[in-house]
Design a binder for this molecule. Structure first.
Ligand code: FES
Ligand SMILES: [Fe+2]
Ligand SMILES: [Fe+2]
Length: 487
């Protein structure tokens, strides 16, 4: 299953289908299909009907003399499959790439199942019962495979899950200080932290200050990077909007509202707390995680340290996630947005890889071995060349997309190697103080790293320290010139 999630082989189909589904003029029907009105994804509910009647038909097929009833059930299942499929596609188009890959297979298995049942129905109508039963059992097998893939999608990959569900378990009851109110800009979201939970704060022009949990309930998108429109915050990933006053999901695809905090101002400082109803329902649960919130916080804290701010591994992992997202967004975007995503991707990748070569790689050489470290440098050098080639192309050309798909695969492969081999070895062999010190140096290196690809410096720690700063000066001057409207 991991291989399916990570394989970009069918990404061309993902891109085309996603664009098609998103382009359908569904209007408000789209939110109906997501299940926003229900507060729960609609798709898992709708699939119960065809699966239920087809299973019943299978039982009748095993008993003598129920041909007519079985035929009616097979036909009813076919009718019920259409809305289930429609809501499934609407949800699928708002997933992340690894989920979409599994979702595509899930859909393929179900389409095969439906085709088998259509043949079964046709055969039964012609009076060929044995043939109809054979088709129906093939259909049931395909639907079973589809169900297993759907289970993986929902439970392992958390598609359709409420990504803000854990908030009450991780926020201590009582008021939490969030800093000076005067420091907050008007109508712009700002991110702060309450314990483990990032929160988004918005001070509206009427003076009211609102605080919501910052990870979107749909797929965990960063609301602090979203836009504030009509007293709502809009998620930058798939556009769900949440009312700032109470977290209500005014538009989908999110089907769950966003936890909203109560706020007050004490001597010019903002304080926030979760309304007591959250903690009351949390206390009523029986899970061990909620009987001891301290230990639950500890286990769900950042992967390598409690101080995620400075730890080099946390910084790099977050950047990997951002890079993966930007690659997918660049591939999917149209118009000006495509260039914007690519510019951000190019800058982040150039800075990220240069700083890794300057700070991380010498340590990796020591803890993982020269061979591994050289292999990663080699990959970075090739990626730099590929990025330089991409930078020369028109982002709207066919060639750009084809090359970007191959590049995406190489970058993902490289990042996985780093995470599996280098990061885990450094996590095990270097203590937190050492990693924080590396993290601080990484930040400094990133401040002076080139923002465009420079194959002459890539793949070598020494070249990054010598050529890199000069290349960076030129890059940053070029970026500043462009931002003033230059060519
Ligand atoms: S993550 Fe999908 S709308 Fe926010
Ligand atoms: Fe790298
Ligand atoms: Fe990396």
């Amino acid at each position: 299953m991991d291989r399916i999630e990570n394989s970009p082989r069918a990404d061309w189909a993902v891109v085309i289908l996603r664009r098609t589904v998103r382009g359908l003029p569904l209007g408000p029907v789209r939110d109906v299909l997501h299940g926003r009105w229900l507060g729960h994804p609609l798709h898992p509910l709708l699939v119960q009907f065809p699966i239920g009647v087809w299973l019943s038909a299978a039982v009748l097929d095993l008993l003598p003399g129920h041909h007519r009833a079985a035929r009616v059930l097979v036909g009813a299942g076919l009718a019920g499959a259409a809305p289930a499929a429609l809501s499934g596609w609407a949800d699928w188009a708002e997933l992340r790439r690894p989920q979409m890959r599994v979702g595509l297979l899930h859909a393929a298995a179900n389409i095969t199942g439906v085709a088998c049942y259509a043949n079964s129905f046709a055969a039964r109508c012609r009076g060929r019962h044995l043939r109809g039963e054979a088709w129906a059992f093939c259909g049931l097998a395909a639907i079973g495979v589809g169900g297993a893939l759907g289970g993986h999608l929902a439970y392992r990959q958390a598609a359709g899950a409420n990504h803000a569900e854990e908030v009450p378990a991780l926020v201590e009851p009582g008021w939490h200080d969030l800093g000076e109110v005067a420091d907050l800009p008007e109508d712009l979201p700002r991110q702060r932290q309450i314990g483990e939970i990032p929160v988004v704060i918005v001070r509206l022009s009427d003076g009211q200050v609102h605080v919501l949990s910052a990870r979107c309930s749909h797929m965990g998108g960063p609301l602090a990077e979203g836009a504030v429109i009509d007293s709502c915050v809009r998620c930058p990933w798939h556009g769900s909007t949440f009312r700032l006053s109470d977290g209500w999901n005014v538009t989908g695809p999110a089907t769950a509202p966003q936890p909203a905090f109560e706020t007050r101002t004490v001597e010019g400082r903002l304080e926030a707390r979760l309304p007591s109803r959250y903690h009351a329902s949390e206390r009523n649960r029986t899970s061990p995680a909620t009987t001891d919130t301290t230990s639950s916080s500890a286990t769900t804290s950042s992967r390598y340290s409690a101080d995620a701010e400075d730890d080099i591994l946390e910084q790099l992992i977050q950047q990997h996630e951002r890079i993966r997202r930007l690659l997918a967004e660049t591939l999917d975007a149209d118009g000006d947005a495509k260039q914007r995503f690519f510019d951000e991707l190019r800058g982040l990748l150039a800075v990220h890889e240069a700083a890794e070569e300057m700070i991380l790689r010498p340590v990796a050489k020591r803890v993982v071995g020269k061979e591994e470290a050289d292999a990663r440098n080699e990959e970075e050098s090739s990626a730099n060349e590929a990025l330089a080639e991409l930078e020369k192309l028109d982002v709207h050309s066919e060639e750009f997309n084809a090359r970007l798909i191959a590049f995406q695969e190489a970058v993902d492969d490289h990042a996985q190697h780093e995470e599996r081999e280098e990061f885990s070895a450094i996590g095990a062999r270097c203590d937190i103080d050492e990693r924080r010190s590396m993290g601080r140096r990484l930040r400094m290196a990133q401040r002076v790293a080139p923002t465009h690809p420079h194959p002459a410096a890539a793949g070598s720690t020494a070249a990054q320290w010598t050529i890199g700063p000069f290349a960076a000066l030129m890059d940053r001057a070029k970026d500043a010139f462009r931002s003033t409207g230059g060519p």
